[in-house]
Design a protein around this ligand. Structure first.
Ligand code: HEC
Length: 255
């Protein structure tokens, strides 16, 4: 018990520290949370003339870097390590060719200045962890309780299954391809039926539940029955790859 409290205390300290470092060293340019809808409108429709941001927001960074780094197969610790290494490297040596943010977003900004001499490696480690965790932090905070979705959550709890939220859209070639070549195969269908509650959402018509946000369609979000995101995988996957992803979620060791 005492050890547990101590660990909780230190991890709280660490988070507070990461947040403080962010506020002191990054927040003059990187604003905290702005909803994805507003961001999309700002960058795609208004070329950043509406919000006049100085840099991508923190939720944008957190979401984008996590999606772009890794291949969806590595475990959470490895993924977290890779994303943190990227942030540390970028803060000291930012260059054009490393950038991972959306093209439309990057068009609005000049490359950031190196933070060499302005932040220590230890501080960077902590702020990188804060950025990595940020998406999940705000997702929980901003997730409204959609009653229709709670029905699936209750069902998942009762049947001891995971939830798969599929974000698809009108006129999405890879969504159709995925449906035809992967999701409708016998093996995938059976595996899904046995272990997952599947919730397809057409994002052209409806918002995603549980505060989830996406960059591309299709995107597959795997949640446990406490609505914790275990893995997010965008794009097309063939039958073999997708089954591997499903199995790794079931094993419970994924990001
Ligand atoms: C003076 C303004 C400014 C400050 C301070 C600043 N940044 Fe940035 N940052 C930017 C801008 C502008 C961009 C977008 C252009 C680019 O990618 O270089 C950016 C982009 C980034 C990217 C993503 C690049 C990509 O597209 O992959 C990371 C990671 C990042 N910043 C980390 C940090 C961290 C960590 C801090 C604080 C320790 C910080 N920045 C402080 C201006 C700033």
């Amino acid at each position: 018990m005492r050890v547990f409290l101590l660990v909780t205390f230190f991890s709280m300290l660490l988070q507070a520290n990461g947040e403080t470092i962010y506020k002191n060293k990054c927040s003059s340019c990187h604003k905290p949370y702005i909803s994805m809808e507003k961001l999309k409108e700002n960058f795609i429709k208004f070329n950043n003339t509406k919000l006049k941001l100085k840099a991508p927001t923190l939720n944008q960074l957190s979401h984008r870097l996590k999606i772009m780094i890794g291949d969806g197969f590595e475990d959470k610790d490895v993924h977290e390590f890779e994303v943190k290494e990227f942030i540390k490297d970028y803060a000291y040596n930012p260059t054009e060719d490393k950038k991972l943010c959306h093209k439309k977003v990057l068009e609005a900004f000049k490359t950031m200045h190196s933070m060499k001499g302005k932040i220590t490696e230890a501080e960077l480690s902590e702020v990188s962890k804060y950025i990595y965790d940020y998406e999940e932090l705000v997702r929980k905070k901003h997730a409204s309780k959609d009653e229709w979705f709670e029905v699936f959550v209750t069902k998942a709890k009762k049947e001891k299954k995971y939830i798969l939220v599929e974000a698809e859209a009108d006129d999405c070639y890879y969504c159709k391809k995925m449906k035809k070549e992967t999701l409708s195969t016998k093996e995938v269908k059976e595996y899904l039926e046995k272990n997952f509650i599947v919730v397809p959402i057409n994002v052209s018509k409806k918002e995603l539940p549980a505060g989830l946000s996406y960059s591309f369609t299709p995107t597959f979000f795997f949640l446990d029955s406490d609505k914790k995101v275990i893995n997010t995988v965008p794009g097309f996957w063939d039958k073999k790859e997708f089954l591997e992803i499903l199995q790794s979620v079931k094993k419970g060791d994924k990001k």
